[in-house]
Design a protein around this ligand. Structure first.
Ligand SMILES: Nc1ncnc2c1ncn2[C@@H]1O[C@H](COP(=O)(O)OP(=O)(O)OP(=O)(O)O)[C@@H](O)[C@H]1O
Length: 489
């Protein structure tokens, strides 16, 4: 049914339109005047540029809207937000006098929604497509509580990226083994495995080698390492009371591999000297470091096969989905962050030409960062700086970041501001809800009330965050595009 809207009141601030039609939040409406049509989305919040939040005040977002109109609908105030300007470069105000306002028909929505080739979900039962250049222009943030559908969304995007850009190189540090399953034969698994139970003295030696062979520029690793160590120590300080790490190795492994141990001890002594000079003057602080290093070693050792003498990035198979398995019973987020730090740093080196892997350098690189709130913050200054640099230069480097987080409020705001596409699923913590509501310029209740597997989606193309029922990849099949070339591994 269509009703003529009646202008009730108009001042400089607000224009009220009365409609008898039953409109709901997020309904698409058509506003018609003479031959012109505008399509809008119904919101319960008036948008102003100020509300959109710092992160999104850039040229693209400013274009979204200047005006919103509100409709009186059975006593509720609902705002119609201008969705599509006819011309990209101009802001079109919704007319208010003598207009017809009604629910949009499916074909009208379909026509209005930008076309692309990645099917991401549905809005009002209409299939929504986007395209990879838009969604990764250049980075994407995926937020939502546990089980809300973040990983499904990431997998969906990645699969479709692969369809559109077969040469893309995708890197996923897989903490829980879920991506391995999702991509099946489609993915390649560089041999980075973690097996906490089976340590041996040689591995300890390798760990030690790792510490010393780390290239001097690996400040990221060191900072993450030492911050991690402090945290680990605080979590459990019962180990190695009054013992140096060298003593620990010796008592733990007896006199096996004596030669190596002797060498190890010498090097460890040098390490202790460095630590004294570089980090701390007091023995207690030093001891703390050592204890913590030992704890860290236990985890990090397990990464040895990849980190030892080789860059992680050298193990990445260009043009493939690389699922790096980081499976362990208790793999701390800090370790995950440390590995990621190395990987990001190496990606920077690759893109600045300091690591020479021409095949890889040429391709678009997509890096998935899970649980990003745990390490992309000021606690891990160097890791964060690398991520921000990569994010800023991403367009130039063809490096795209997928930042996935349960708690967006834990993410650094500068990094957040680099995320140009957002998929926000349901959140429960108030600070997370407020953060996302601020970022997208929508009300907190819209985020709280999101149904399962539905996300507010925003990208430069859509201009307004809109709730999409995200497509499930469960029954997706995907064909191999190329055979793997493993000869260089
Ligand atoms: N769009 C969807 N349609 C149908 N089922 C879905 C959809 N998205 C996710 N699921 C299902 O919901 C479950 C949880 O999804 P998913 O692992 O993507 O959530 P998550 O937010 O990544 O959770 P976590 O933070 O715990 O990793 C999975 O079993 C998945 O198959």
């Amino acid at each position: 049914m269509e009703y003529n809207a009646v202008v009730l009141e108009a001042d400089r601030e607000e224009i009220k339109i009365l409609t008898k039609e039953n409109l709901h939040l997020d309904d698409y409406v058509i506003i018609e005047k003479n031959q012109d049509k505008w399509i809008g989305i119904v919101k319960n919040k008036r948008f102003t540029l100020g509300e959109i939040g710092k992160a999104f005040i850039d040229l693209k977002f400013e274009r979204i809207l200047k005006e919103s109109e509100w409709i009186e609908n059975r006593g509720k105030n609902l705002y119609v937000i201008q969705l599509l300007a006819q011309n990209d470069s101009e802001i079109i105000d919704i007319p208010t006098h003598n207009v017809l306002i009604r629910k949009a028909k499916e074909e009208e929505i379909e026509k209005a929604i930008p076309k692309g080739s990645i099917e991401i979900g549905k809005a009002s039962n209409i299939k929504i497509y986007t395209n990879k250049n838009v969604i990764f222009s250049p980075h994407i943030g995926v937020f939502g509580q546990t089980g809300s559908g973040k990983s499904n969304f990431v997998k969906l995007i990645l699969k479709q990226i692969k369809k559109e850009d077969p040469d893309a190189t995708i890197i996923i540090l897989d903490r829980h083994g879920e991506y391995e399953q999702a991509f099946g034969d489609y993915a390649k698994y560089p041999e980075i495995k973690i097996d906490i139970k089976n340590l041996n003295p040689n591995e300890y030696v390798s760990f030690y080698e790792l510490l010393f062979n780390v290239p001097p520029n690996y400040t990221n690793l060191h900072t993450v390492l030492f911050n991690t160590l402090d945290l680990l120590y605080e979590a459990d300080n019962s180990l190695f009371e009054n013992r140096t790490i060298a003593d620990f190795f010796e008592t733990m492994w007896g006199n096996k591999n004596l030669e190596e141990f002797r060498e190890l001890k010498q090097k460890l002594n040098r390490l202790s000297m460095n630590l004294v000079e570089d980090y701390d003057k007091t023995r207690i602080r030093l001891l703390r470091r050592w204890r913590a290093i030992e704890r860290f070693a236990k985890d990090l050792l397990l990464l040895k096969p990849s980190i030892g003498n080789q860059y992680i990035i050298e193990r990445i198979v260009p043009n493939q989905i690389n699922v790096i398995r980081l499976k362990a019973k208790r793999l701390s987020t800090k370790i995950y962050g440390a590995v990621l730090s190395i990987l990001l740093y190496e990606t920077l080196l690759l893109k600045t030409g300091e690591i020479d892997l021409s095949n890889l350098e040429k391709s678009n690189i997509y890096i998935v960062m899970e649980e990003a709130h745990a390490y992309l913050n000021r606690t891990y200054e160097d890791l964060l700086e690398t991520a921000i640099t990569l994010a800023r230069e991403g367009r130039k480097f063809n490096v795209h970041l997928l930042v996935v987080a349960q708690s967006p409020s834990g993410l650094d705001s500068e990094l957040l501001s680099q995320l140009t596409t957002i998929a926000a699923f349901r959140l429960t913590a108030r600070e997370d809800i407020n953060r996302v509501a601020d970022m997208l310029g929508i009300s907190a209740s819209s985020i709280k009330g999101l149904p399962k597997y539905t996300a507010y989606f925003y990208s430069v193309e859509f201009r307004l965050p809109m709730p999409l029922k995200i497509r499930s990849i469960k029954h997706d099949t995907i064909k191999l595009i190329k055979d793997y070339d493993l000869s260089h591994l």
